[in-house]
Design a binder for this molecule. Structure first.
Ligand SMILES: [Cu+2]
Length: 162
């Protein structure tokens, strides 16, 4: 019999907690939708050269709010990294980047000879017209991340390297 008041106290607490949670949720909802995810266009991926298990993906990224591209993943490759290429003493050098800055309203181009998403340990040859899935993780100024999924169509590229 003594348990009854305790139980109802718990019930009251639970209800209060639920009210707080739903109030927060309602408040948070508009701010989540206010920051739109970056828009990726003109995306494509290079066909693999026979005997080679590397490829590179290119695209244009544009966003109304500042973001950083912090990660790229694809089920088609064992390793996916964000790379940049620079001429160093007459030699093209490639290096891994931690992130690519995407400023507000300024298109960022990943293109042959420049920044690219590098795929290594590609699981099977990528042929012309193949569709390769990719997921990009962008981090906003608020440190929240958004995922953008792509389907990259494979194209042959005359450009050497990546
Ligand atoms: Cu590379």
């Amino acid at each position: 019999m003594n348990l009854l008041p305790v139980k109802s106290a718990i019930a009251t607490l639970t209800m209060t907690f639920a009210a707080i949670v739903s109030a927060t949720f309602v408040y948070a909802q508009p701010s989540v939708t206010a920051i739109a995810a970056p828009v990726v266009s003109q995306s494509w991926i290079k066909t693999t050269i026979p005997g080679s298990a590397v490829s590179a993906a290119y695209m244009q990224i544009k966003s109304a709010a500042p973001f950083k591209l912090i990660k790229a993943e694809s089920s088609a490759a064992g390793i996916v990294e964000i790379h940049d290429m620079k001429m160093n003493a007459g030699v093209m050098e490639m290096k891994a980047l931690d992130a690519i800055d995407v400023p507000a309203n300024k298109a960022v181009a990943l293109k042959p000879g420049g920044m690219h998403v590098m795929l290594m340990n590609v699981k099977k040859p990528i042929n012309k017209g193949d569709k390769i899935p990719m997921t990009l993780t962008f981090e906003g100024a608020n440190k929240k991340t958004v995922l953008v999924t792509l389907e990259l169509v494979a194209r042959e590229s005359a450009a050497a390297g990546h």
